[in-house]
Design a protein around this ligand. Structure first.
Ligand code: G1P
Length: 315
């Protein structure tokens, strides 16, 4: 339905770029031989949630920017004839459906990043594949709950404003140094802000706000030219945030930058503690695992209650 309406308005976004070339050092040794994107979140690799999100927003042409460990990612979205036959013989249709679903989900392409020179550099590797159309970028460390369709809203805003659209989340000011931070002005829509400045991972004292960039972007192709001219920034890496700052500062390049303020459910799988929390949060909501797990979590938490030392401990 939505697709039909947008098609009637003109060409629409079909491509999603998923940078997946990080070394995953925070999860070593689990990520010694497989990319961190393949770590299971309940019973699916993290990357499958991200591809499902893109497909759910109508983007079925996926380009992954990968590192040396790409084989597991490519295999995951490909047929495994032997496994399919095995499940067929056993008439295990439920599992067979789950396997086939991940195979048929999308048209997944791969390009190597070569030297990992930062997120901006990874996105620039998509230039040839993307061509001259707007496209989405989804980062695998942030999982967005399928019940809170952020990307669809962002695509609609991109098409309405013909600008760059990023996702923003209000975070605790103590956490802003972990993110790109945005200086913003209100628009007519309380959930959409105009982005007038961006800083990559500022100290708390220098942050323009506590609005953090979370890993969803809908970009115009002009970003590639800007990225080509972007010098290494924070951490010596070519930062996507720095290129977006150029677009925010000069609307004549590509219509400026807007932020959709996300108020839904997001799960961070970027570090070990958040990853564990994400698994529990997602599993308690599942029909198959939720009822038993909820009960167990309650009992387990009750057993822990006299050991709790207060928030922030354990970091
Ligand atoms: C990247 C971006 C940062 C953004 C973050 C969201 O950083 O550079 O601006 O806030 O993703 O997850 P990373 O977490 O990859 O270091």
């Amino acid at each position: 339905m939505r697709g039909a309406i947008l098609r009637a308005m003109g060409p629409h976004i079909t491509k999603a770029v998923i940078p997946a070339a990080g070394l995953g050092t925070r999860f070593l040794p689990a990520t010694k031989a497989i990319p961190k994107e393949m770590l299971p979140v309940v019973d699916k690799p993290a990357i499958q949630y991200v591809v499902e999100e893109a497909v759910g927003a109508g983007l079925e042409d996926i380009l992954m920017i990968v590192g040396r460990n790409k084989n597991a990612l490519a295999n995951h979205f490909d047929r495994v004839a032997e496994l399919e036959r095995n499940l067929e013989v056993k008439a295990d249709t439920a599992r067979l459906e789950r396997v086939n679903y991940s195979t048929d989900l999308a048209d997944v392409h791969f390009v190597r990043q070569g030297d990992p020179k930062g997120l901006g550099h990874a996105v620039l590797r998509a230039k040839k594949h993307v061509g001259d159309q707007p496209f989405a970028v989804l980062l695998g460390d942030d999982l967005i709950d399928a019940r809170d369709p952020l990307l669809t809203t962002m695509i609609e805003e991109q098409e309405r404003r013909n600008a760059t659209v990023i996702a923003l989340l209000e975070v605790d000011p103590d956490q802003i140094h972990l993110y790109g931070a945005a200086a913003v002005e209100p628009t007519e829509n309380p959930d959409v802000v105009k982005v007038v400045g961006l800083v990559e991972k500022p100290d708390r004292a220098d942050a323009p706000s506590n609005l953090a960039i979370i890993g969803r972007y809908v970009l115009r192709p002009e970003v590639f030219d800007v990225l080509e001219r972007t010098e290494p920034g924070k951490g010596g890496e070519i930062q996507l945030t720095d290129a977006l700052q150029v677009l925010a500062a000069d609307e004549s390049i590509a219509g400026g930058v807007y932020g959709v303020v996300f108020r839904g459910r997001r799960y961070d799988t970027g570090d070990r503690l958040d990853y564990i929390k994400a698994i529990i949060q997602l599993a308690v909501d599942r029909d198959d695992l939720g009822p038993d797990l909820r009960q167990w979590v309650k009992q387990f938490a009750a057993g822990l209650s006299d050991q709790i030392e207060g928030p922030g401990t354990g970091h």
